[in-house]
Design a protein. Structure first.
Length: 118
């Protein structure tokens, strides 16, 4: 299991920006991918963005394309989620996740709250 520590959540007005960080306890080059998910109380956790370590291919859910950017820093073993043009519907707990096995997110962080006010 990989230990993941998120930071950077908070309260922001609609249209504002936040950057989430996720530091991994292992060298991230040893992982297949890392990603961000979010969850609203009463709803299922949903995929937001992911990045494969081989080739750096990125993936986004449709609702955040053009607004969110996932990136990585191999030297710091950290993945980031830059969130711009935030909307109230982006309000959720955001979780960092890692794939230690191919195509399976099997390690999770504790989550960080993001609240976007209208």
């Amino acid at each position: 299991q990989v230990q993941l520590a998120e930071s950077g959540g908070g309260l922001v007005q609609a249209g504002g920006s936040l950057r989430l960080s996720c530091a991994a306890s292992v060298r991230t080059v040893s992982l297949y991918a890392m990603g961000w998910f979010r969850q609203v109380p009463g709803k299922e956790r949903e995929f937001v963005a992911g990045i494969r370590w081989s080739g750096g291919v990125t993936y986004y859910t449709d609702s955040v394309k053009g607004r969110f950017t996932i990136s990585r820093d191999n030297a710091e073993n950290t993945v980031y989620l830059q969130m711009n043009s935030l909307k109230p519907e982006d309000t959720a707990i955001y979780y960092c996740a890692a794939q230690t096995k191919w195509n399976e997110y099997d390690s999770w962080g504790q989550g960080t709250q993001v609240t976007v006010s209208s």
